[in-house]
Ligand binder design. Structure first.
Ligand SMILES: Cc1cc2nc3c(=O)[nH]c(=O)nc-3n(C[C@H](O)[C@H](O)[C@H](O)COP(=O)(O)OP(=O)(O)OC[C@H]3O[C@@H](n4cnc5c(N)ncnc54)[C@H](O)[C@@H]3O)c2cc1C
Length: 461
C-alpha cells in the first residue's frame, strides 16, 4: 500500500505549500500575547480585535498557524460539550450545564456565519451528524444516549432517531441518531483562512517562534512570553497550546496529550458513492467505545478517524503526525467494514495529532486579572467548535464584560490533574485495551459489557 504518512495532514497537503510568516526578532511590547496559532489562539485574536481594534495583539506559533490539532482534525464542527453535563452541574447547577450545551449549539452557527462573512472558504456545510449503532449493545446505548440528552437540554429538534438507511448506508447498522448541530469543515482551510483574516485586522502572527516559558505579571513587571528570539511583554499572556501544553513545566499533568489518527482515501468513483448513499456532507460517528468519526470530503473522499496509539509515555508528542502501520491497518479495516463498497479504494494519506484530555474530561476557560495569565483547552475532541466559544468567553473575561458567556460553568473550572508516570501511561493503555475488548465482546453480547464499565471507572468519564 503506498500512501503519504505524516507530513502534518492531508488537509495541509491539499492546500499546497504553506508560507509561514516571519519569526519574532527581538523584544516586543503588546497588550495581549497569545501562545499558539490554532483555533483557540486565532479565534481569541479575532474576537478581541473586533471588540477593541486598537489592542496590540501578538501571536507566537512554534511552527505555522494550524500546525496542531486545528490543521489535522476530523472536520466536525460539533455542538456538543466535552465532559459530562452532570459533572458541571454538580458544582454550578443543572441550568448552568444546560446553558453551556445550548451555547455550543449556537457556536456551530456562529462559526458558519463568521466564516461566510469573512470570506473564509473552508468547505463548510452545516449538514448535521449521524451516529450509528451496529449491534444490539450499541443500539441500547443509542437509546440511553437519547434519553440522557433529553434530560440535559437536547429537545426533539436537537437530537432524533432516524433510519440509518435514509442517511448513509453503513453495513450492519441497526439504528441511528441524527443532530443538526454539526457542520463539516476542511480544518486546515479554516485555520489558514482565519490566520489571514486576523492578520488583515492588524494582529501580528510570528510563526517559527517557540515559546519557552510564560511569565505572570508581578509588581510593575508585565506578563511575558519568553522565546530564544526575544520576549513579548503584555498585559495578558494567553496559553492556547491545548494538546502541547504538557511541555510547559507547571502544567505537565493538567491535560493528557491524547492521540487521534486519521486516514483519507483517494476520491471514490460515483458508483461507490451511489452504493453508500452518502449524498450530502453530514458527519458520521458510531456508538462503539473505541469510536470512529468520518466525513465525506468536498473532493469526494472518505476521511476516517479513530484512536490509534492513544498516548506516548511521559506525555511525549510526535509532531509530524507519522502514524504506525497497525493503526493505519485498523482504521482501513474499519472503513472497509463500514463501507464494503469502498474496501478497494486506495488510501492516499494517514496522519495523527494530539488533543488535550483533562482527568475529569471537562474543559476550562480561565483568566486571572491579577497575574495576567489566561488559557483555554481540554476540549477532549470537541475543540473545533469549543475553541470559538472559549475565544468569545476569553474576550469577555479580558474586557471585564459581565455576560452570559462569563457565567458558563467551564469558566475557571479547576483542572484535575493526571497521575504521575508510570501510572498515567499504564492507566491509559489499560483503559483503551479494555474498550477494545469490550467492543469485541459486545458484538455477541447484546448489552454493554462489564469490561467497558471497568474502563469507564479508570478513565473517569
Ligand atoms: C486527529 C484529530 C481529530 C480531531 N477531530 C476533531 C473533530 O472532528 N471535531 C472536534 O471538535 N475536535 C476534533 N479534534 C480536536 C480539535 O482539533 C482540537 O481540540 C482543537 O483543534 C484545539 O485547538 P487549539 O487551538 O486549542 O490547539 P492546537 O490546534 O493544537 O494549536 C496549538 C498550537 O500551539 C502551538 N504551540 C505548541 N507549543 C508551543 C510553544 N511552546 N510555542 C509556540 N507555539 C506552540 C502548536 O504548534 C499549535 O499550532 C481532533 C483532534 C485530532 C488530533
Amino acid at each position: 500500500m503506498s500512501f503519504v504518512n505524516g507530513s502534518v495532514s492531508y488537509w495541509f497537503r491539499e492546500l499546497g505549500e504553506v508560507r509561514a510568516g516571519a519569526p519574532l526578532s527581538g523584544h516586543v511590547q503588546a497588550d495581549v500575547c497569545i501562545v499558539g496559532a490554532g483555533y483557540t489562539g486565532l479565534w481569541t485574536a479575532y474576537y478581541l480585535k473586533k471588540a477593541q481594534p486598537d489592542l496590540r495583539i501578538v501571536v507566537l506559533e512554534k511552527e505555522f498557524a494550524g500546525f496542531g490539532a486545528s490543521g489535522r482534525n476530523g472536520g466536525w464542527v460539533v455542538g456538543e460539550i466535552a465532559g459530562s453535563a452532570e459533572v458541571y452541574a454538580r458544582r454550578h447547577g443543572r441550568d448552568a450545564a444546560v446553558r453551556l450545551q445550548r451555547a455550543m449549539f449556537e457556536t456551530v452557527e456562529e462559526i458558519v456565519t463568521v466564516a461566510a462573512g469573512e470570506g473564509i472558504d473552508a468547505d463548510i456545510v452545516k449538514s448535521g451528524q449521524t451516529t450509528v449503532a451496529r449491534n444490539a449493545a450499541q443500539q441500547r446505548r443509542l437509546s440511553e444516549t437519547l434519553a440522557h440528552a433529553r434530560d440535559w437540554g437536547w429537545g426533539a429538534d436537537d437530537l432524533m432517531i432516524v433510519e440509518p438507511e435514509q442517511r448513509i448506508r453503513v453495513a450492519h447498522a441497526t439504528g441511528a441518531l441524527w443532530t443538526p448541530h454539526c457542520a463539516r469543515v476542511q480544518p486546515a482551510k479554516l485555520a489558514r483562512g482565519l490566520a489571514e483574516v486576523v492578520r488583515g485586522l492588524g494582529v501580528v502572527i510570528h510563526e517559527g517562534t517557540e515559546v519557552e516559558s510564560v511569565r505572570a505579571r508581578t509588581g510593575s513587571a508585565p506578563a511575558a512570553a519568553v522565546t530564544a528570539r526575544g520576549t513579548v511583554t503584555a498585559d495578558y499572556a494567553i496559553r492556547a497550546t491545548e494538546g502541547f501544553s504538557a511541555a510547559f513545566g507547571a502544567s505537565h499533568r493538567d491535560w493528557l496529550p491524547m492521540n487521534s489518527s486519521m486516514i483519507v482515501t483517494e476520491p471514490l468513483p460515483a458508483a461507490v458513492w451511489d452504493e453508500i448513499g452518502w449524498a450530502g456532507a453530514e458527519l458520521l460517528g458510531d456508538m462503539a467505545h473505541y469510536y470512529m468519526y468520518a466525513q465525506r470530503t468536498a473532493d469526494g473522499r472518505i476521511a476516517f478517524g479513530g484512536r490509534g496509539k492513544p498516548y506516548r509515555y511521559g506525555s511525549r508528542i510526535d509532531d509530524a503526525g507519522r502514524t504506525q502501520e497497525w493503526t493505519v491497518d485498523v482504521l482501513h479495516g474499519m472503513l472497509a467494514d463500514f463501507f464494503p463498497a469502498a474496501a478497494d479504494v486506495p488510501l492516499d494519506h494517514a496522519w495523527s495529532g494530539v488533543l488535550a484530555v483533562p482527568r475529569d474530561w471537562c474543559s476550562t476557560v480561565a483568566l486571572d486579572h491579577a497575574t495576567g495569565l489566561a488559557y483555554a483547552g481540554g476540549y477532549t475532541g470537541h475543540g473545533v467548535a469549543a475553541t470559538n466559544l472559549a475565544a468569545r468567553t476569553l474576550r469577555d473575561l479580558m474586557l471585564r464584560r459581565d455576560t452570559e458567556l462569563t457565567s458558563l460553568p467551564w469558566v475557571n473550572w479547576p483542572v484535575r490533574r493526571w497521575e504521575p508516570e508510570p501510572l498515567r501511561w499504564i492507566g491509559v493503555q489499560l483503559m483503551y485495551s479494555l474498550y477494545r475488548a469490550a467492543d469485541h465482546r459486545e458484538s455477541r453480547l447484546g448489552r454493554t459489557s462489564r469490561i467497558a464499565k471497568a474502563a469507564d471507572l479508570i478513565s473517569g468519564r
